[in-house]
Design a protein around this ligand. Structure first.
Ligand code: NAP
Length: 265
């Protein structure tokens, strides 16, 4: 039996175990997906221990996404993003991937949002970094807007063809954009949006990384403006799908994983 899992602190409410175990069941794979919660300073040690114990793959969540870089050989995209959320132990040293970027681009594509033109990424934290690199690698021109404007400028210096801004630029940026992704925590467990509703328009594809609630204020405003909306559960789904496919080499049973995920959200 293969063992996969999630390392984070805390991991108690993670939706990854049911999502991955549903995929193993659907494809008849003899595997389990378990959670590990080491102390907050023991991310890299945790990954090394998992390798010793014969774990096949690990997802990585807060607060370990940066720390585990010390215990893996990062894939080029993970190295540029500076964070790993998926470890594959098939190699020695294990390979570290960042599937959040692909999670966002696959979620948008899945909803027929063309990844062309200009994207506005709101937020410059972990999710913002991953999504900005992911969209730039698709060939989009990326505008990054962040509450702490200096962080947006710093990130924009690393991302090809990107420009940094404060949140006050959002009206103008969004009016001219093709894609908008909220990568702040604004809207999580609160009826708030980081983007003025008046700026939204029908030619936008809007992804909100926030998935609690599934239908955020931003997505409601975007739908009212006639935009194509993509909720954060799609990004969560596709980062998991990407990890599953890297680990097993099989096409993931996306519909089954999506159903199980949404039943629990
Ligand atoms: P993070 O690294 O802590 O970054 C938080 C971001 O939110 C920063 O840009 C921060 O701006 C901004 N922010 C926080 N409070 C704000 C406020 N009141 N007004 C304006 N901006 C504010 O967090 P993260 O890991 O990037 O996660 C961000 C969100 O994405 C969370 O809701 C998380 O659940 C979600 N997420 C979803 C997925 C998925 O698969 N769907 C994956 C990853 C993350 P400052 O820099 O100014 O503090």
């Amino acid at each position: 039996m293969d063992v996969y899992g999630l390392i984070g602190n805390p991991v108690g409410h993670s939706l990854s175990p049911p999502m991955h175990e549903a995929a193993y069941e659907e494809l008849g794979i003899d595997a389990r997906y378990v959670t590990f919660e080491p102390p907050a300073d023991a991310g890299a040690t945790g990954v090394e221990s998992a390798a010793t114990l014969g774990v096949s793959g690990l997802n990585v969540t807060i607060p370990f996404k940066q720390d585990v870089l010390d215990a893996v050989e990062p894939a080029p995209l993970a190295e540029r993003i500076g964070a790993v959320n998926t470890v594959d132990f098939a190699t020695d040293p294990p390979t570290g991937y960042n599937t959040d970027a692909v999670g966002a681009t696959r979620a948008l594509r899945d909803h027929d949002v063309a990844l062309e033109g200009t994207a506005v990424v709101v937020g410059a934290g972990g999710a913002g970094r991953a999504v900005a690199f992911g969209l730039a690698d698709e060939g989009m021109t990326v505008d990054i807007a962040n509450r702490t404007e200096a962080k947006a400028h710093d990130l924009a210096e690393e991302v090809p063809d990107a420009t940094g801004h404060g949140l006050d630029a959002l009206d103008e940026l969004v009016a001219a954009a093709d894609v908008l992704v909220n990568c702040t925590s604004v809207g999580m467990k609160a009826d708030r949006s980081p983007v003025p509703a008046e700026a939204l328009h029908a030619d936008l594809g809007v992804l909100d990384a926030v998935y609690d609630p599934i239908e955020t204020r931003l997505l409601r405003d975007a739908a009212e403006a006639g935009a194509t909306t993509v909720d954060g559960a799609w990004m969560l789904l596709y980062q998991g799908v990407e990890a599953f496919e890297r680990w097993t080499g099989e096409d993931a049973p996306v519909e089954k994983m999506n159903r199980v995920l949404r039943e629990r959200l």
